[in-house]
Ligand binder design. Structure first.
Ligand SMILES: [Zn+2]
Length: 491
């Protein structure tokens, strides 16, 4: 009988336990040979340091090494959600293909082949009600009505594929012998309950309504919804690349600033060269990740950053973000013995000042920067990144390719692919606050926010183009700090 109090269903030969993702106890109690996970993508996003609910449920099967099965089912949401990630991690992903009843060819049904009368574009509801759409075979271009579609589905088969994130579509893969992790993918195109007219109506509505677009992708095409805006902005960011190799400081720069985002696993660093003047023009010289203080120290104090004349430039100032505070003590200790670096901490709250400085009681002489992150995210994401690379005040990046020119393989990963993606990690909510709801990596974004803080702190916008930063009282730099070597030839 069903024991709702204990969330159990007892039958003569079996026992069914029910659990839910927010309760570890309900997921971690009994050994279970068969685990069924429903709507995994709608489960809460796990915290970084805990086992997520999916892993917890899978662990129930540990004591049944040869007979256990875990089946997860989910509606798609976005590409970096649990469900899609787990699907793509399967050794083999079998995608359902329909077989055209007219030419006999297999194909994955796709939205581009769905057709309707163009006159009906303004009446999606009529397309749905009267089922006025048809599907065109991608091989023989013959139209399928509902009857042909049903025959095509019945004669179809699963075939192994891999997801191509760049093309946002499937590509065929060889089958794997004795795979133990297999994923299956099918869409509304294969459902007898959803008419072609209904899908077509959704496609029409999605053209003008982003919400309908999400429904179309997730509920009908069973594809992760990819905000086109986000994809585009990654490309827009990479358009800020010039042909400068990493490590080279442009001639117009007067100061080199290094900012670090500290994570438990390692350090993200950006080094930027800044020009003087109200435009606050700057150039990325290096963006890198290190897994030790020693490696970070080498990048900051030993590695050479040369100007076009071959003169080494010295980093004049920098901030080290203490993030969630766990590393705070270590960061304070490090900053105390590594001038000119200062610790910083971000605050989202809308303060009157973009940043403030506070003495640290435990570390004499050390100042902590408290930063209004939202102010600087607006400055960067809504401001700096929108300036085209030819205009004054642009946010320049070094070349995306080690030898300055794009490789033959268009799918190759550039030096700054990760950087660009991280700068797009956040979006603004209805209160005007920048949020990262899916917990995407955003460490380079944090570094670049600090760069803007440093530029303000040094007063770069109030300096004349031909002034030496050392002559400026407002810089806050020690008198013995070295200026960058200068030259007047343009890069
Ligand atoms: Zn055909």
């Amino acid at each position: 009988p069903l024991d709702l109090g204990n969330y159990e269903l007892r039958m003569q030969a079996s026992m069914t336990y029910m659990g839910w993702p927010r309760s570890e106890a309900s997921l971690a109690t009994f050994p279970i040979p068969q685990v069924f996970l429903d709507e995994v993508d709608l489960w809460p996003v796990p915290r970084k340091d805990t086992m997520d609910a999916v892993d917890l449920s899978k662990a129930r099967t540990t004591t049944f090494p040869h007979t256990s099965k875990v089946l997860g089912v989910t509606t798609c949401t976005v590409e970096d959600a649990l469900g899609w990630e787990n699907l793509c991690k399967c050794q083999e992903v079998r995608v359902y293909m329909t077989r055209c009843p007219l030419c006999g060819q297999l194909q994955i049904m796709r939205r581009e082949q769905l057709k309707w009368d163009e006159d009906l574009e303004a009446e999606p509801d009529r397309v749905e009600a009267e089922n006025l759409a048809w599907y065109e075979c991608e091989h023989c271009q013959e139209p399928w009505g509902e009857v042909e579609r049903r025959r095509a589905v019945q004669a179809g088969a699963y075939r192994p594929h891999g997801w191509d994130g760049k093309a946002q579509w499937w590509e065929p893969r060889p089958a794997i012998r004795r795979a133990i992790k297999v994923g299956f993918h099918f869409s509304s195109f294969h459902s007898p309950f959803v008419t072609l007219g209904k899908i077509a109506a959704q496609v029409i509505k999605a053209q003008s309504d982003p919400r309908a677009d999400v429904t179309l992708f997730n509920k009908m095409l069973a594809l992760p919804y990819r905000n086109e805006q986000a994809t585009r902005s990654e490309d827009v960011i990479l358009q800020l690349c010039d042909e400068r190799p990493p490590g080279l400081v442009p001639a117009d720069a007067i100061v080199l600033i290094a900012c670090v985002d500290v994570q438990r696993a390692g350090f993200y660093l950006t080094i930027r060269a800044w020009a003087a003047g109200p435009e606050r023009e700057s150039w990325l010289v290096r963006a890198a990740y290190f897994d030790s203080w020693a490696a970070l120290g080498k990048a900051l104090f030993q590695d050479q950053y040369l100007d076009p004349q071959g003169q080494p430039c010295v980093i004049s100032f920098g901030l080290v973000d203490s993030g969630d505070g766990e590393m705070q003590r270590e960061i304070f200790d490090w900053c105390q013995v590594h001038p000119p670096y200062m610790p910083s901490k971000g605050f989202e709250g809308l303060k009157a000042q973009p940043f403030t400085q506070k003495k640290i009681d435990t570390h004499a002489g050390l100042l902590a920067f408290n930063i209004n992150t939202n102010y600087y995210k607006n400055d960067l994401l809504d401001g700096k990144l929108r300036i085209s690379p030819g205009d004054a005040g642009a946010w320049h990046l070094h070349s995306n390719w080690p030898d300055g020119k794009p490789p033959d393989n268009p799918k190759a990963t550039g030096l700054l692919t990760d950087y660009a993606r991280q700068l797009c990690a956040e979006s603004k909510n209805e209160l005007g606050l920048w949020k990262n709801p899916r917990g995407r990596a955003n460490h380079y974004l944090d570094c670049e926010i600090l760069q803007l803080v440093c530029a303000d702190y040094l007063g770069l916008r109030y300096m004349g183009r031909d002034q030496d930063p050392e002559q400026q009282a407002s810089t806050g730099l020690d008198d013995d700090s070295q200026p960058l070597t200068r030259s007047h030839s343009r890069w």
